[in-house]
Design a protein. Sequence first.
Length: 589
Amino acid sequence: MGKIVKVSGPLVVAEGLEDANISDVVRVGKQRLIGEILTMTGGSASIQVYEETSGLGPGADVETTGVPLSVELGPGLLENIYDGIQRPLLEVREQTGPTIARGVDIPALNRAKVWEFTATASVGDAVSGGDILGTVAETSSVLHKIMVPPNTAGTITEISSGSFTVTDVFGKLKTASGGSVDLIMLQKWPVRVARPYEKKFVPSNPLNSGQRIIDTLFPLAKGGTAAVPGPFGSGKTVVQHQLAKWSDVDIVVYIGCGERGNEMTDVLMEFPELKDPRNGEPLMKRTVLIANTSDMPVAAREASIYTGITIAEYFRDMGYDVAVIADSTSRWAEALREMSGRLEEMPGEEGYPAYLSSRLAQFYERAGCVECTGADARRGSLTAIGAVSPPGGDTSEPVSQATMRIVKVFWGLDSSLAYARHFPAINWLNSYSLYLDTLKPWYDANFGVGFMQSRSRAMSILQEEAELQEIVKLVGADSLSAPDRLTLETAKMIREDFLQQNAFVDEDSYSSYDKQAKLLALILTYGDVCREAINKGVTDVAKLFDIEARERFGRAKMILPGEFAQRYADIERDMRYQINEIIEGGEEV
C-alpha cells in the first residue's frame, strides 16, 4: 500500500510501492480510481489516472493490483460501446445515470448473460494456443470462435456444449506438466502487448470501401495502414464513418479518441438503422465502439487506442478481416504530450515527446495480414486507419510527418474541396497509395487489365488538368486548343461525375467495383470518341460537350446496381450516335 505525495492533473506520484511494477494497474484514493504506473524510481511511482483527480491529495492510499492494463475478450464485445479503459458505458449509465461516476468498476463483459456454446473440439484432442474449441452465435452477422488462450497447450479431458456464461467452465485441459486448466469463454490480454501469430504476409487483397476515389485511385489493402489527414471541417469523420459503414470487413472497431461527442452519437444513431450491403443485417451487429470523447479524461485517450487494437487482434485471430478506425490519432498524441510534460520529460518538436514516432509505429505495426496461431492455419487481417487533425491543416507538423513515415496510404483532405461541397474531399494530386503494385494482380484477375489502365489514364488526365489550369488563369479557357479543352472537360467529368459522391443518397453512398469500372470506362470512352471527332475535323468542341447524352453522365452514378450495365450501354450507344451526327454534319450541324 502506497501513499500519494503529489497530484498534478491526471498525474499522481506515490511512494511506498516497492512491490509494484511498471505498467501495473493501481487503485487510487477512497474512490479507487483506476490508474497505471508509468515510471518507477525505487518505491516512488508516477501514475497516470484514467479518471478525474479533483479532490485527491497527499496521503491518500494507492493500491497495486499486480497486473498490467488488460481487456476482457469473449462473447458480448459486439454491439457494445466502451470507454477508453473498456468500461461498458450502457451498463454504467444504468447504474450511475447519464454522468459517469468516478471509481465505477463494472466488468467489460456481462457476467449474467447466457450464451449457447457449440463444442467443435473433442475429448482427447491435443490443442495449443489459437486452436478453436467451439463457437457462439454472438450476433446474426458474426460467429464468435472460442479459442485456446495464447501460451496454453494440453489435451482436452472434458468439453461439453450447452448454455454458459463467459465465466462458466465448459471443459478442462490437461497440460504437459500434469496440471489441469479450466476452459472458459473469457480471456484477458494486456493491451500494450501484441497478440501472437504464426507469420505475416504481404497484403494482396483490396479493402472495398465503396468510395470511388479510394477504391479506384488510392486503394487500401486488407491488412494495410492508412492515414486521413485534414484541417477542421474537411470531412475526416465523414470519410471514416463511410469506411466503417461500407468496408467489406467482418468486424469494425471504431475508436472515438478525443473527438466531439456528437460524432460518436451520430455513429450510435446511424449504425443500428443502416444495413450491411453483404447480408442485410444492421451494421452494429459487427461493430465495437470505443468512446473517449473530448470531454472525457485526457489520460484515457492514450489507453483507448490500445484497447481498440487489442480487441481487433482478438477477432483477427479467429480468421476474420477487421478494420480499426481511430478518430483521431492527433488527440491521442496530445494526451501523450500532456502526460510527458507533467512527467517533466525532455520535449521534442512542438512539445511532443521524443518517443512519439515509436508509439505511433507500435500502433500501426499491429496491423497486417497474418496466419493465425492454431492447427487450421486460418488467415486473418487487421487494417488500421487513423485520422490526423493537424492544426490549420499543416501536415508538416510532427504527428502528420511521423504518421506519413509509417503508413502506406495517404488520403490528404482539402478544405477547398470540402467548402465546394465535393465529397470525399480527398485531393487527388497529393494523395497516394503504395499498395498499387501488390494489388494489381488482384485487379487484373477480377476485372481484367483494363481497370488499372483506366485508373492510370484518369490520373494522367487529372494531372494534365492541373497544369492547364495555370494557363487558364492567365489567358482563359477559350484560348486553349480543342484537344486541351477536351482534356479539361474530361477531367471535370472525372471529378464531378466519378470522384464526387453523396454520402446521404443510398444509390451513391456505396459503389461496387463493377459499377466503378463501368462508370470510369464510360467517361474515358466519351473522351476518346470526342478526340476522334476533333481529329476528323470538328473544330467547335462546344457542340461535343452539349450533346444530350452528356447530360446523362452526371446521373449515371445514381443508377441502381441491377440496371447500370444496360443503362451504361444505352448511354454509350446514344453518345456515339450523337457525336457521329456532328462529324457527318460538319460545321452546319
